[in-house]
Design a protein around this ligand. Structure first.
Ligand SMILES: [Ca+2]
Ligand SMILES: [Ca+2]
Ligand SMILES: [Ca+2]
Length: 483
């Protein structure tokens, strides 16, 4: 009743009427400014990408007759605080860790010969397929020049690397997970909280233990998924990313995760990912790490529980994709957090507006939000009176983590949750997963373009599942500790 959802882009959806209220001028101005910036940014990004490509192609290790090719590595979190530093970064030598022994790699070819190695007591039992992540422990051994000790999941063994091709993607390609102990907390916000919306009714929620990604999924991690599968995001198949043109919100084929309209490198969070892209990413990563995929994705059947329009006069309010996605609750693979899990993890035991306190200024050094850096670039912004150094996305983990070790829970990119958006009531619940149907999926945490109420721990946002925007991202969770 009278419930309104404030979207990360600033628009407001009235749950009762099912209608959107007008786009606030600040959001429209932000989009227009971002579009103007895009031209310059694109040229610069292309130039830097070309440079980076040269560095990435370096062959670093030969094992037997197989080549180990560096296809990319993290060059360290580049804490870029201003435009001057950005310019310097573009020309400065990039840290080269290709001479270090890589600790993780992905198998990129089939036909791996797995046998007992020099030590007959070893033997990799796990089936090694393309895309499997292996940890490189030792070797090649000095006698054969071929045998290499690897670890797959919890299994260690020596492998004949004659037919093995390994792509070393970075020194630690397995994105860190944090164990979140189960517990009971008060979900929602107290009546007096500044910027509160009426859909944040406080109630007791109990969630079980789970593991959550320490960081938002980076553009570099998302690229591995795309490179490995050939996956095309819905922004690439379904008309483009959402941008504002002439005061109207339209899909523009120019924009997607590869071209968000502003410069960003592989350490910054992937954006322009739709909810569908997010569940596909989760399933890919599960398979890559030998875990059971958490989602059954049926693209041939339109989801009858999806109530989003298909032919709204504003294209961005449509969802023509409507894949039927169901959860396999027994699977140990990666999935999106439920809205309750997300808020529980964000709060980390706190009861304040933000995990950092009640004042926006408490986010200084702890979050990338619509700050004075952004305001200097995008006139018309309402900005928090802090300076986080980034007008758009910041490299993940640039600021202090919350008490449970999670980075960027407030701001940077907002994060897709599993739940359909709906009122969650006032009764106590255990492991709620939202309504069984709906038109939009919940997003949480706000983004680099949000301030005040939009980035609070309790704030509930939502988007049509097919809609990827310049500040939509992913933070997977899973139930087990995995490999
Ligand atoms: Ca910022
Ligand atoms: Ca975030
Ligand atoms: Ca809200």
């Amino acid at each position: 009743m009278g419930e309104k959802i404030r979207f990360p882009d600033g628009s407001v959806f009235d749950v009762e009427t099912g209608e959107f209220e007008g786009m606030p001028p600040a959001a429209a101005a932000r989009q227009e400014a971002a579009r103007r910036e895009a031209e310059a940014a694109r040229a610069e990004a292309a130039r830097r990408e070309a440079e980076a490509e040269v560095r990435k192609r370096r062959v670093i290790i030969g094992i037997g007759i197989a080549a180990v090719t560096v296809v990319g590595f993290v060059v360290g979190s580049i804490n870029r605080q201003n435009k001057e530093a950005a310019a310097a970064e573009a020309t400065a030598p990039v840290a080269d860790n290709s001479t270090q022994t890589p600790s993780y790699a992905y198998v990129t070819s089939y036909g791996l010969n797995v046998r007992s190695g020099p030590s007959q007591s070893y033997g990799v039992k796990t089936e090694i397929r393309k895309g499997t992540q292996v940890q490189l422990l030792a070797g090649p051994d000095t006698i054969s020049g071929i045998w290499r000790k690897i670890k797959v999941g919890s299994d260690e063994g020596w492998v004949d690397s004659t037919n093995l091709q390994i792509a070393v993607v970075e020194n630690n390609t397995k994105p860190a997970m944090v164990k979140i102990p189960g517990g009971t907390f008060t979900m929602g916000s107290p009546a007096g909280e500044a910027g509160r919306d009426s859909d944040e009714v406080q109630h007791q929620v109990t969630v079980g233990s789970f593991y959550m990604s320490k960081y938002e999924v980076t553009a570099g991690e998302f690229r591995r998924f795309v490179n490995d599968t050939g996956y095309k995001t819905t922004a690439e198949t379904d008309g483009g990313g959402l941008v504002s043109k002439g005061g109207k919100w339209v899909y523009d084929a120019e924009y997607n995760w590869k071209n968000p309209g502003f410069a960003q490198n592989d350490t910054q969070p992937a954006v322009f990912v739709s909810w569908y892209d997010a569940v596909e990413y989760c399933n890919w990563r599960s398979r890559a790490e030998g875990l059971a995929p958490a989602y059954r994705i049926d693209k041939s059947r339109k989801d009858p529980n999806n109530q989003a329009p298909t032919e709204h006069e504003d294209a961005w309010r449509n969802d023509r994709i409507r894949w039927t996605v169901t959860r396999d609750l027994a699977a140990n693979g990666y999935r999106l957090p439920t809205e309750a899990e997300w808020e529980y993890a964000c709060r980390a035991g706190t009861v304040t507006r933000y995990w950092s306190g009640n004042e926006e200024e408490s986010l200084a050094g702890k979050a990338n939000v619509a700050d004075q850096t952004g305001k200097a670039k995008y006139s018309g912004w309402t900005a928090v009176n802090i300076r986080d150094g980034y007008a758009e996305t910041a490299p993940v983990g640039s600021y202090a983590p919350n008490p449970w070790g999670l980075y960027d829970m407030h701001g940077n990119v907002y994060e897709w949750c599993w739940d359909w958006y709906g009122g969650y009531g006032s009764a106590a619940q255990t492991d709620p997963a939202g309504p069984s149907s709906g038109g939009i999926r919940v997003v949480r945490g706000g983004s680099w373009g949000d301030n005040g109420g939009g980035i609070r721990s309790a704030n509930r946002g939502g988007n049509y599942p097919s809609l990827g925007s310049y500040d939509a991202g992913i933070r997977p969770v899973r139930m087990s500790s995995g490999g």
